[in-house]
Design a protein around this ligand. Structure first.
Ligand code: TXA
Ligand code: MG
Length: 333
């Protein structure tokens, strides 16, 4: 894939860059965009396959929850449920710091695909103050999921050239608006029992936040450029086991087992009969589709009160590594 770089310095150039970015995002493609913190790798947050491409391009060997960037403040309650007891505090924080470098973690609504939140019930949201980002997400009219636009394990990009160094050939477009203002990622907070919990330090400081409520830090100071060390990842309560070949698996008597299928596609009718429930990650054996469905199917199977979930191994290439990582974590408990 050829990666285009479009600048936004002159009016006509900017218009062209914005139009192209919106067009690609509408088609479910990825676009690297400037924000006031660092460059982000954006996809339509409501399209799970588009979001899966983010993990693929970044070669993330695991799924991390992504930040959802809103087109405007009014869209907040389309993607999250603000708990009544926190409504006032959340309102005061967003009045003060939005648009800007503050990300708030809130209970998610169903409309947000599970791949965006790595299966969590909460979603991190922000409203970027960058004029070009704001124009693109505003014109698209849909929220954008966007992690920093670097490959896994690298530091966040603060110029379009950094993004090109990282992702050349993997994404169709980088919108170049020069170096970013802050150069570090946004501050991430959650509201817990009326307190503000800082999950990641960033441009909005502890001191600034303490004007609004008591502030507690839930993070060390060390890893500012390497987030993703945050506590909770969704974990199924049903035991899970990875298997190589579904044909060799026989449940014990009265054992209710769910199958998360890949290779066998759920297998023959005789094989399917062994299982209380079957979910196919991708009938086409497409890793993007599998990634997009993984968390939803894990949840669905987990909700059935089964004795065991068995998951067929997916190939380890590309997105497969992240899927296997997630399955391995789910099996180690
Ligand atoms: O400044 C920024 O925040 C940049 C720009 C592009 O907006 N984005 C960014 O995204 O730094 P990323 O993916 O590199 O870091 C997002 C981090 C995740 O690694 C995770 O630690 C945290 O946000 N996060 C996301 N959703 C969460 C959730 N529901 N609960 C707790 N933490 C969450
Ligand atoms: Mg990052």
């Amino acid at each position: 894939m050829q990666t285009d770089l479009l600048r936004t310095s002159a009016g006509a150039e900017r218009k062209k860059a914005v139009t192209r970015a919106v067009e690609l995002l509408r088609k479910g493609e990825l676009v690297a965009l400037p924000t006031e913190t660092v460059y982000g790798l954006a996809a339509n947050a409501l399209e799970s396959i588009a979001v899966a491409k983010i993990f693929e391009a970044k070669e993330r060997p695991r799924f991390d929850p992504l930040i959802v960037h809103l087109p405007n403040r009014e869209r907040l309650e389309r993607v999250v449920n603000v708990p009544a007891k926190h409504r006032q505090l959340v309102g005061r924080l967003t009045d003060k710091f939005w648009p800007g470098a503050l990300t708030i973690v809130l209970p998610k609504r169903k409309i947000v695909p599970d791949i965006v939140t790595a299966g969590l019930d909460s979603v991190a949201v922000r409203l970027s103050a960058h004029p070009v980002f704001a124009e693109i997400v505003g014109e698209l009219g849909e929220p954008l999921a966007a992690p920093s636009a670097n490959r896994f394990g690298r530091i966040s990009p603060t110029t379009a050239q950094h993004v090109l160094d990282e992702l050349d050939g993997r994404i169709p477009l980088i919108v170049d608006s020069g170096p970013t203002e802050h150069g570090i990622e946004s501050t991430i907070v959650a509201v817990q029992d009326g307190k503000i919990a800082i999950l990641r330090r960033g441009p909005i400081t502890h001191e600034q936040l303490s004007d609004f409520a008591e502030v507690v830090s839930v993070t060390g100071t060390r890893r500012i450029s390497a987030p993703g060390q945050l506590p909770s990842h969704y974990a199924p309560t049903t035991p899970l086991r990875l298997i190589d070949n579904v044909e060799d698996f026989f449940p014990q008597k009265d054992q209710r087992v769910g199958l998360l299928a890949w290779e066998s596609n759920g297998g023959s009718a005789a094989i399917r009969e062994r299982f209380a429930a079957v979910r196919n990650l991708s009938k086409r054996q497409d890793l993007r589709e599998a990634a997009a469905k993984l968390f939803r199917y894990l949840r669905e199977l987990d909700a059935l009160g089964l004795d065991l979930i068995v998951a067929e191994r997916v190939p380890i290439d590309g997105l497969g590594a992240a899927i296997l990582d997630r399955l391995a974590r789910a099996s180690h408990r």
